[in-house]
Design a protein around this ligand. Structure first.
Ligand SMILES: Cc1cc2nc3c(=O)[nH]c(=O)nc-3n(C[C@H](O)[C@H](O)[C@H](O)COP(=O)(O)OP(=O)(O)OC[C@H]3O[C@@H](n4cnc5c(N)ncnc54)[C@H](O)[C@@H]3O)c2cc1C
Length: 314
């Protein structure tokens, strides 16, 4: 071969290389987009940039978004490369792994943004609740439940804890990611952390005088000797607003003190200055104001009425 001939062929070769499609060699672990060219019962074939064909089959088709069901010939699809080439020269790919990659990316973003996400409990064990979030196993430990959901059980009885936790299956929690282990394929989440954040956010815009709807979920109590604070999970509270005896309608005829309580005659608990008229209960008792003391006074008053009627021919 002459030198001249060689150079001429070299230039032609360079031209050819320029016009031919670039070599496409997707590496395992890469997310690659292709176009569906075949959809079988248990198999997808993807055209990859017109130079390779990808194959997704078996369990690699099943992801938590149910992507396989919705894909049709001609649709674009992104999948993760598992093997550069199998014995048939096809790139082996996975929708399942692609969705997990997307999920991990989403979790990284949530951690970066310090944001919350939904956790729908699917299983319970004595340690906590488990959910599958976008194909990743997420664990919500008992200790990370918000105080209102914490299963308070005497003597930490394991069976009773599981019973309580099982009631949460199907329940949706707002949680934050606490730790994440991509290799082990699991994340640990916390409702406590998410709640304190949500609470802080909700309080940020709250002003005295605002009217908001809500429900009692717990009562914060303080030990008066140790100052230790804890939360009692209760669904209601009584608020003492003071005592106003409703003696007004009778105050024209009967004596009442400066606070509105009836003043019985000296030496009696129930007699008034009007013969045959007796008082009893909270309107006449500023000391005890209890059902049982009111009933006792009511009984005294009733006996007095009976006697008065007997004396006066009633
Ligand atoms: C939240 C709460 C919890 C309590 N817990 C306990 C407890 O655990 N143990 C205990 O012993 N005590 C308890 N008490 C106190 C107890 O309920 C009262 O001491 C008791 O009910 C007083 O009885 P009374 O008959 O004097 O009055 P009430 O029970 O108040 O009865 C007065 C009645 O008169 C009616 N009335 C008022 N004005 C008029 C009017 N102008 N015309 C017609 N009717 C009128 C009212 O509607 C009411 O039905 C509690 C009280 C409250 C509020």
């Amino acid at each position: 071969m002459s030198q001249k001939h060689f150079s001429k062929n070299g230039a032609a070769m360079t031209e050819l290389m320029k016009s031919s499609p670039k070599i496409f060699r997707p590496k395992p672990g890469e997310l690659v987009e292709g176009t569906i060219v075949y959809k079988g019962k248990n198999k997808l074939l993807l055209d990859l940039e017109g130079v390779s064909t990808g194959i997704i089959s078996g369990r690699e088709l099943r992801d938590s978004f149910n992507t396989f069901k919705d894909l049709n010939i001609g649709d674009p699809a992104a999948a993760m490369v598992l093997e550069e080439e199998n014995e048939e020269g096809l790139v082996v790919m996975s929708l399942r792994m692609a969705s997990q990659r997307k999920a991990w990316d989403k979790f990284h973003k949530l951690i970066e943004q310090d944001a919350t996400m939904k956790f729908i409990a699917q299983e319970a064990n004595k340690g906590g609740l488990i959910a599958n979030i976008d194909g990743i196993r997420a664990f919500l430990p008992v200790s990370q439940l918000a105080p209102v959901n914490y299963p308070r059980v005497n003597n930490a009885e394991a069976g009773e804890i599981i019973n309580r936790l099982q009631k949460f299956i199907g329940h949706s929690f707002t949680v934050k990611i606490v730790t994440m282990d991509e290799e082990a394929g699991k994340i640990v989440v916390s409702e406590r952390d998410a709640m304190s954040e949500e609470r802080a956010k909700a309080l940020e815009h709250l002003k005295i005088g605002d009217e908001k709807e809500g429900a009692v979920s717990g009562l914060k109590v303080r030990h008066i000797k140790t100052n230790a604070e804890s939360v009692l999970p209760v669904k209601g509270v009584f608020v003492a607003i003071g005592h106003v005896p409703n003696s007004g309608p009778f105050a024209r005829w009967l004596d009442v003190d400066e606070n509105g309580y009836f003043k019985p005659l000296n030496g009696s608990q129930v007699k008034t200055k009007i013969p045959g008229v007796y008082v009893a209960g909270d309107c006449a008792d500023h000391v005890y104001r209890q059902a049982v003391t009111a009933a006792g006074m009511g009984c005294q008053a009733a006996i007095e009425v009976e006697r008065w009627l007997a004396e006066h021919g009633g």
